[in-house]
Design a protein around this ligand. Sequence first.
Ligand SMILES: Nc1ncnc2c1ncn2[C@@H]1O[C@H](COP(=O)(O)OP(=O)(O)O)[C@@H](O)[C@H]1O
Ligand SMILES: [Mg+2]
Length: 225
Amino acid sequence: MGREITIFQFRRWLLAYAARIIENESHLTELDTAIGDADHGVNMRRGMEKLQERLQEDAQTEDIGTFLRSVAMTLISAVGGAAGPLYGTFFLRAATSPTNGRSVDLIQLTQMFRYGLDGLQQRGKAQADDKTMIDTIQPAVEAMEAALAARQSAAVVLAAARQAAHLGMKHTIEIEAKKGRASYLGPHSIGHQDPGATSAYFLFETAAEALTTFNSSGNSSERAA
Ligand SMILES: Nc1ncnc2c1ncn2[C@@H]1O[C@H](COP(=O)(O)OP(=O)(O)O)[C@@H](O)[C@H]1O
Ligand SMILES: [Mg+2]
């Protein structure tokens, strides 16, 4: 099955995600100003600062399930808005997928994202094309599944996810919001990129970076082939 993705890489992924969101706070706020209530940037930044604090703690004693549950609880309690409980549910459900304790193989990684997506959809009831974070996450997970079925490497599977996530995020510009606050604008929501679809894109962008650089300790920088 090739190399396993370790809890160290999960920590590095979510640290990279927190940093990327914090860098993009004003971008997320601008997007939410156009079609929402201008708080997505601040909501996410607040959550990511809490997440950074949480990730400073030692991960040595944890398995991936425990780790993801703790990430979920941090997001639920610190992000707020519609997005906090939704991202929280994503990680809470991802935490219930099968792992090898402190690592996952590529099949398990893909399944983890699938569990997260299904939980998020059950919670928020949004479908594809409702102009939400689902428009990023669903095509990304489907791209992972397709690349996995084609027996691609982790690097290729995650690159496919990132590319599909990016297309999905950009597609939200063209469609009318059917869920969340932006749906109050009806057709006036067309022409604007969805803020949640944008913050969700960064999950896949940073996953493609952090989860494909293999190491066992979090210190070395050996690259995957
Ligand atoms: N039912 C839903 N399912 C999935 N995502 C949703 C749903 N409702 C809203 N969202 C996402 O949440 C984002 C808004 O988050 P945020 O601004 O933090 O919350 P609020 O809308 O409460 O101000 C939207 O851009 C959208 O992507
Ligand atoms: Mg908002």
